[in-house]
Ligand binder design. Sequence first.
Ligand code: IVH
Length: 665
Amino acid sequence: MAADVRERIEQLRKELQRHEYLYYVLDSPEISDAEYDRMMRELQELERRHPELITPDSPTQRVGGAPREGFVKVEHSSPMLSLDNAFSEGELRDFDRRVRELLGGARYRYVAELKLDGLSMAVRYENGLMVRAITRGDGLVGEDVTENARTIRSLPLRLRSGEETCEVRGEVIMTLEAFRKLNEEREAQGLPRYANPRNSAAGSIRVLDPSITASRQLDYYAYFLLRNGRPALPSHWESLQRLEKMGFKVNPHRRLCKNFDELWEFISEWEEKRETLPYEIDGVVAKLDSVAQWEQLGSTAKAPRWAIAYKYPARSAVTVLEDIEVQVGRTGVLTPVAHLKPVYVGGVTVSRATLHNEDEIERLGLAIGDKVEVYRSGDVIPKVVRVVERAPDRRPFKMPKKCPVCGGKVVREEGEVASRCINTNCPARLKESIRHFASRGVMDIDGLGEALIHQLVDRGLVKSIADLYRLEKEQLVELERMGDKSAQKIIDNINASRSQPLPRLLNGLGIPFVGERTAQILAETFGSLDAIAKADLETLQSAEEVGPKVAHSIYTFFREPRNRDLVERLRKEGLQFTYETTRAEEGPLTGLTFVLTGTLPNLTRNEAKALIERAGGKVAGSVSRKTSYVVAGSEPGSKLDKARELGVPVIDEAKLLEMAGEERR
Ligand code: IVH
């Protein structure tokens, strides 16, 4: 075999590994997804022709191999201990006092880290290669989940620091976004929902089929570095820095604290800020920085004496379940929603909570009138977790046989947990479809909110998504709370949405299982809506990430006369039915990388990005020495400071347009 094949494979792997690191660990990609996919496909093809050249650290090996029979138990190199908890400032002060006493007056510092709510996992590396991943288990013996862990993109298969042999411990988590998407998908499939991101992360790592783990978008944050079962460096703070250099994601929100007050300040800061994080935390972990002091203090059988978990107050409260209302979603799924006596839970007043489905109500043993506990976590919708006290005159809940909105028939398929209204004309379904179509990130029709959608549908002004494009200002002005100006704005926004690119339109159609990413892939693979609508099952499945289930859903969607009719009407309205990958091979900006910050006077961020790519340039997420220009608008962020610090030239929109050879707007 030609040596250049081997070389090309090596080169592709190096490049892909670098881009994976930039994307998944640093969150600052340098290339588009399409470019990444192209390289990945080339590597897959070469490896298919030369299977003898496949190595375990190849980026192609992250897709998840064949399912196994069961998990193998593996002993940990040293026990994976748990942590003692402190639930108040007083308890934390007690801990600090004990530490001081045990250290006999010696100086000490704490490393404060966020306590991510996931599950801990040990990962072993031999000569720089990931060889084994083990769950915590009972702390002494865990389960070998190597094949599943391989699919976690932020977990390096090969260390960036060279051929080291070591063990890393950290937390596997699922972001709130991934959790929301997963549950949405499960609901659409009639499968039970996961209760919280922690459970779904645990469920996703402990499955026998690694391809399931691969589909779950898990993340890994490292917090311990061991060699021969012992801490590798004398300072924990330095270990964390070292882990970053090795290519791991280490939570950036950490602080070296000189005393209790600094630690308490960190904890107080994050109690509020935690709402803004894209994942859940349940507290802060404080560890002594000095490993020598760890050894001095030692551990009990369960937990070390040199660390503690401060837990934020639980965000739950007890209230009365006053009623259960049934809502109808975009796919016709009926969701019971709890109406609660308003109660204050961790900073907000809660009066509604989702109950998911009939089985969930039965599992909780709920009846109307009961006293219940409600729990609110992160930005997840509040939920009822248990019955605290049954009411003597409680009324049991029954799923209605008829749709509460249109009176149509409700069915619950064998093996599904969801009940659905099967009337495709149900106004509730229509309302939900419009809400999705207009939402941010889809067709982005600003101003077309819930209240307006209700009025439009209830008054019969909109009977199909396509009717939106026929609306006139005069019709809107007659609606409640609608002035002349805002009516015109909405009409303008609806009109502007005609030029949204095909992937957004595809997403907006609400085809089950076709979200943002699949829509993008479909548009890139087939180039037009018609090609997608015409494709048979096999052709659909030739697209990346489109399996039998998704293909079937797309195929059925486009064979339903109502949907065909919708497509034809949208075509007449001039929506974007074709798609070209926007990046030009060669253009005035070829070889240049831009970073956008702040609000530009005329272009939206997406427009600016498209413009740069059309002219052959690239757009990156963060400023580095490789950035050619930073394009700054009003209220620029820290990227501008970074640009100045690194001496990267800063330009405005006008200059960008000029460089790209576009006319001034
Ligand atoms: S240190 C011996 N650091 O919390 C020290 N744990 O309640 C053990 N966790 O089992 C863990 N974030 O699953 C540590 N930054 C962090 C953590 C963390 C989350 C979890 C971990 C552990 C549990 C202990």
